[in-house]
Design a protein around this ligand. Structure first.
Ligand SMILES: C[S@@+](CC[C@H](N)C(=O)[O-])C[C@H]1O[C@@H](n2cnc3c(N)ncnc32)[C@H](O)[C@@H]1O
Length: 278
């Protein structure tokens, strides 16, 4: 996925699957969250808004006319032609560090019957070395396990870059009561077999409870988060076309069976996140 000709360096992710970022109202919600955080921090200069795993910059590019103090930064392994800062690694952040569908794209190992699962370039699986780990014993003790420790580490490393502010990671995931293997591929909008040859996105749900425990983060649903940010699908009667369109976007973002069921990991750093509480 991340080699010289890997899927994510070659392809625009949004051409292969739909994320929050494809819904314009999501940027409205992010702006509202950033505005509340900016105020809670006392309007620092600069106030960072950093998008980690920024794709081609779609989310930040939708944040037009922000205060001049706001410093927008995309962090991404692929290039993009954007009028704001674009880095390969996470800078020191004072403000909001946001990662939408980034953790699910962090590679992980899989273990089955106490042995690592090996996979060849055509997707054929075989059994490798014996594997035991504290992570598996604690978070996924039985069945085929997708070992989320690489995501816990990535999340904790992101949190460590923030001096004051908040880190929010948004992803599809599971917790101890809904744990299940999910590794799969995506190409051209369709789910495909997970073949590690750079031809498709490889993704697995995030063990969100394990990530939350790694830093003491809050875990809420996207529906709860967006409702607390004032996003609503309830419309008064007789609305104009633009309001109707916003209502339909809100319904997509809040749908508990779809994007609304995503998890939001929320980690405040040196600030109270009353502004985010559902
Ligand atoms: C599933 S896509 C999501 C893109 C976008 N955030 C969205 O919601 O549409 C994941 C993105 O994370 C990027 N990515 C993965 N690991 C990264 C890392 N360590 N540093 C920067 N970007 C990374 C990938 O290149 C890819 O563009």
């Amino acid at each position: 996925m991340y080699g010289a000709d890997g899927f994510f360096l070659r392809e625009n992710p949004l051409l292969h699957f739909r994320t929050n970022v494809a819904v314009p109202l999501f940027a409205t919600a992010v702006r509202r969250m950033a505005t509340r955080l900016d105020s809670a921090l006392g309007f620092p200069d600069p106030f960072d808004v950093v998008d980690l795993g920024a794709g081609r910059g779609e989310l930040l590019s939708a944040l037009t006319d922000v205060p001049p103090r706001w410093r927008l930064t995309g962090v991404e392994l692929a290039d993009a032609d954007v009028p704001y800062r674009w880095l390969e690694t996470v800078p020191v952040v004072q403000g909001l560090l946001l990662a939408n569908e980034w953790l699910d794209a962090i590679p992980l190992d899989v273990v089955e019957d106490g042995r690592l699962v090996l996979v060849s370039q055509d997707g054929a699986e075989s059994r490798g070395a014996a594997h035991t780990s504290e992570w598996v014993s604690r978070w996924w003790p039985s069945g085929r396990a997708e070992i989320g420790s690489s995501r816990d580490l990535a999340w904790a490393a992101a949190v460590a870059r923030v001096t004051r502010g908040a880190v929010v990671a948004i992803d599809y995931g599971h917790t101890v009561t809904s744990r299940r293997p999910t590794l799969t591929g995506y190409r051209d909008g369709r789910q495909v077999r997970a073949v590690p040859d750079g031809s498709c996105d490889l993704t697995a749900h995030v063990a969100l409870d394990a990530c939350a425990a790694a830093t003491g983060a809050q875990l809420i649903t996207q529906r709860e988060a967006l409702l607390s940010l004032g996003i609503t699908a309830t419309l008064p009667p007789h609305v104009d076309a633009a309001t109707l369109e916003r209502g339909s976007q809100a319904r997509e973002l809040l749908d508990p069976e779809g994007l609304g069921g995503f998890g939001w990991l929320v980690q405040p750093v040196g600030v109270d996140v009353g502004w985010m509480n559902p």
